[in-house]
Write a protein that binds this ligand. Sequence first.
Ligand code: ARG
Length: 594
Amino acid sequence: MSDLKRALGEAVEAAFAGLGLPAELGRVTASDRPDLADFQCNGALPAAKRAGKNPREIATAVAERLKDDPRLASVEIAGPGFINLRVADHTLTVRAGVIAADDRAGAEKLASPRRVLVDYGGPNVAKPMHVGHLRASIIGESVKRLYRFRGDQVLGDAHFGDWGYQMGLLIGAVMDEDAEIGGLVERLNAEDAPLSGPIPEPFQRVSLEDLDRLYPLSAARGKDDPAYRDRARKLTADLQAKKAGCYLLWRRFREVTHIALERDFHALGVDFDLWKGESDVDGLIAPMIADLDAKHLLIDDQGARIIRVARPEDKKELPPLLVVSSEGSAMYGTTDLATILDRQQSFDPQLVIYCVDQRQADHFEIVFRAAYLAGYAKEGQLEHIGFGTMNGPDGKPFKTREGGVLKLNDLIEMARAKARDRLHEAGLGEAFDEAEFEDVAGKVAVAALKFADLSNFRGTSYVFDLDRFTSFEGRTGPYLLYQAVRVKSLLRRATEEGAAAGPVTIAEPAERDLVLTLDAFETALAEAYDKKAPNAVAEHAYRLSQAFSRFYAACPILSAEPAVRSSRLTLAGAALKQLELALDVLGIAVPERM
Ligand code: ARG
């Protein structure tokens, strides 16, 4: 059985078609005035305009055709010609029973699933993640889960930045700081040393803190000092040519970074199917360049090789894709292009979604066009979904009080500390042992960060406000967790008292409202899917919690007489199941108790 909105929409569409009017005008939406109706159709207005008739007349004719539909309690015309539908209690009773018995709580599955790859997170090797990676991780994780939940076959790939110029910069910086390492890199570069096997002992002295300290210094120096920059480029080329000194030192960079990345992603409830990096496509680059050459796409440009992608209709000029730098290195876009090939060969995705900061929009447009020109993907198969920034109170991208970028790990720790305070304030978790308390605090922190992010449309920037995000009141992740946990404890108590769930009967307004909200899950999922915008699911989760809360306040459960109690327990169980599914799509896990 489909959701009510669709089922009724089909009936209203048929009524329009039966009157010789365009069927699509029969679309129904949830009512703007729940006090008057459950659903509404505004199609009589455009229909009247086209037919040169009075909209109320058309609405009346449509209503006439619907009035015997047993699913409807009433069909009324309001204002200039809105058609208001009220659903019969019996229809809601049946729908509630279906949702309660369904593992997916009323969510449908796509008729034609696709293979989809989501490229997100995008951490860089040799740099700890900072707040800039937060949104890419949170939104990408949710888009991946959403697509999977709808039925697509989905892979998530972190696409580590580990093969570009920043690697050359760091190799140079480490060599300058530690003469022994510097000498060893040079010696090994000259030798034909093996690339696998143990990393030489002096290289193992390099820590993530060293890299973190050296990276900004060397990046800044590379900007002003051409000789320094040239050397970094040369070292990048040496790394890409797999000279042993550079390569083994780089392996150490990857190793130390990986540990920190795993920790941060794990703390955030983000996990990838593929932990691939730019370096993984290294072997594809030479044959790809030969192929691009054979297709006459490469143009020599002052020693570099580029692909021109500008189109005459472009409003602003798009620069070309830099495929090979004048030092012979593969660039950021080169590895992205080769990755498209790699994914095509290994997974053949029908859609690749790149969840990356909006500021990289041009980069992706350039890469995608090059891929289409080369025939590595079909137009429309590659899509960049950008997002705004998380800002500080000054409205600018979030910085620490000292003006630096905040490390993701520190942010997560801050959120956890705040979550602990909030739990104490609310007198929650007091009976827990330390492990359980910490687990709950971690879940509250993640729910706070993720929900604050995902409840806005991804294109919108938002202000970081940990006090508000972690509150147990209002539109927050912790509020939703608290509601879910409340239902869990209610259901536990029912079991203890021997009260079982049973057939649903809908009678009270708050029960009607709860079923109508449960029914809207599918619409929210479909909208989020089509727009690649999880905020529709976040909004649904919030509305569902509120509808449950009103129901719980208005309709006694455990104290009701047995048939009513069983019905309400079933409703509560359905609400909990759907809320947990929605939160899972957002990447938010619910504790058992709080
Ligand atoms: N590592 C990149 C950065 O931090 C993001 C990678 C995004 N994904 C991609 N396929 N380019 O800017």
